[in-house]
Design a binder for this molecule. Sequence first.
Ligand code: A2P
Length: 301
Amino acid sequence: AKDEELEQAVEAALEAGYRHIDTAHVYENEKVIGKVLNRWFSSGKLNRQDIFLVTKLPPGGNRAESVQKYIKRSLEFLQVDYVDLYLVHVPFGFKDIEGDLHPVTPEGFINMDTSTDHVTLWKAMEAQVDAGLTKAIGISNFNKSQIQRILQNARIPPCNLQIELHAYLQQKDLVEFCKKNKIVVTAYSPLGSPGLAKFMAQFGKKIDLPDVLNNPVVQAIAAKHNKNGAQIVLRHAVQKKIVVIPKSTNPQRLRQNIDIFDFELDDEDMNQLNGLDQGIRILDFSAFKGIKDHPEYPFKE
Ligand code: A2P
């Protein structure tokens, strides 16, 4: 979202009762979020501890010696002393080039750092908890074997995994694995990212998106509960104890997306929604040309 649109959206979200804010250094929106939060904190409308603030290490920082530089930069942009959760955004690394979060080679390939090592990287993540710069640490877009390797070597185990998860990509195996290992799962693109086609079109990329929200099963359950499709798929994940972070800049949709705590899906609804899983992944990072050759690319078949 553009800065002004985002500023209004964060205001509207806080007014609507949202208290979990998910951002990342690569989203380039930490400064705007920081500005709004600072307004709410300094006016006394909210205290720092009322907010659960999450940000992420950019792929250009995926090596032990870069972690502190990037978390401190995020804290400065967000105007806070600590975040509640700091995530390794992706398992693969890019070259660390100042001022370029997505560096590309002259041939148009993403400029990768193929020496990414999760064990040493994780030790640097743990050091940020020790330093008080984050309350907790986790990972995003990691696969099961990558998580397993961190768990085997961690002093502070990851407490959260953030992954693409929606009705068409329910990630049941990975969710079960996380449950066994006491890792909370957060679903990004929980609505199936309906705005992604428009976003990618700006870069001349055409993608075919599955329409999760208008799926007839979702719509029938929505009619039964007098809710809309978005509220049904969000409630489905929440009833499975999955954290959801739907994105909206529209105040009306923002309010709808948090208005999911006054009804319950019954077993039949849950079973029908569970049955929609089709393993359709929307975000596989292929927009980064050449990324599938990185040794830590997570979605190899
Ligand atoms: P907008 O910001 O105009 O509301 P996801 O979180 O799955 O990535 O989806 C984000 C996209 O979904 C955004 O494009 C957002 O558009 C759209 N969106 C958010 N809430 C709803 C809703 N309740 N119904 C339909 N589309 C929504």
